[in-house]
Write a protein that binds this ligand. Sequence first.
Ligand code: GDP
Ligand code: MN
Length: 348
Amino acid sequence: DQVPVQSHSSDQSPVQTTGDIVKGPRAKAAFITLARNNDVWEIAHSIKQVEDRFNRKFHYDWVFLNDKPFDDHFKRVTKNLVSGEAKFGLIPKEHWSFPDWIDQDRAAKVRDEMRANNVIYGDSVSYRHMCRFESGFFFKHELLKPYDYYWRVEPGIKLFCDVDYDPFLFMKDNNKKYGFTLSLKEYEATIPTLWKTIKDFIKEHPEYLAQDNSMGFVSEDSGHSYNLCHFWSNFEIGDLNFWRSKAYNDYFDYLDKAGGFFYERWGDAPVHSIAAALFLPRNQIHFFNDIAYWHNPFTHCPTTEADRMKGKCSCNPGDNFDWKDYSCTSKFFEINGYEKPEGYQNQQ
Ligand code: GDP
Ligand code: MN
């Protein structure tokens, strides 16, 4: 039997910080990291980035999840870096395995074909479990029950600017449900039938489409075809209750039944992004311009010098991906009628 809660630290020693702890209300929120034991040093780096730039002043909890038990070393190293409570959870088997309706031979054949075609992670079983878990299950984990908001943090990321306000409270106070820093186009070979499957689902459930949704972000032809745009989900600040909604769970179950997590290589980024684009009104999706972020190989760095100065940013604006061809952030600005920041042309 799986034990979902491995350990709970309740005996945190007083936290050493160089700055003052920000007084005032907190959201019910936590950082969430999915990781393996051998990700320990990469995630240690990420935690330090997040703590130095933000959490040392806020002390939010950090939930670590793994399909295998975390070892003591992983727990010791990470817990020591987190200023809030660190919690370590095991993922239940049903959330990290092949559903019984999946034809194993067909799935294996697809992996062979994708290996031959050099599709990134195309031959990986574990990557598929990861994408399916992030798509449909992370928000159901028992350790996340106390929380309404989350910030997803992956191993090996960088933050380049101070975050001097509470992004979780920002989400709550402004009724935002999904926040991103980077967007781009998906590899078509990983999702050949995703859009058709979603269209079939919408035909069954037209009531789930939000009024004033972001269809224009994901489609150039009013929903006929997918333009491959998605929010890059290795960074997300979001409302867990959106993923817990009936609309989203009906959607995920429909996709899961269709089998594309295994017969193709559907990523959690397009799965999350298309749901956010279609089921949320536009004004509930937020671009976190002030959170400068790097995950290999892309950087979000605020476009204007004024914003970079304000955040004491250390990123090179020449590295900013926002206005490049392969980014979809221009499209996000256009469908929302936002004015692009001064100087964006110089970063195209
Ligand atoms: P990429 O960002 O798409 O290149 O993929 P990553 O290798 O960064 O994986 C995405 C996230 O899932 C990271 O947080 C990884 O630590 C985590 N992850 C990937 N595969 C596994 C796995 O097999 N087990 C666990 N526990 N975590 C995984
Ligand atoms: Mn990653």
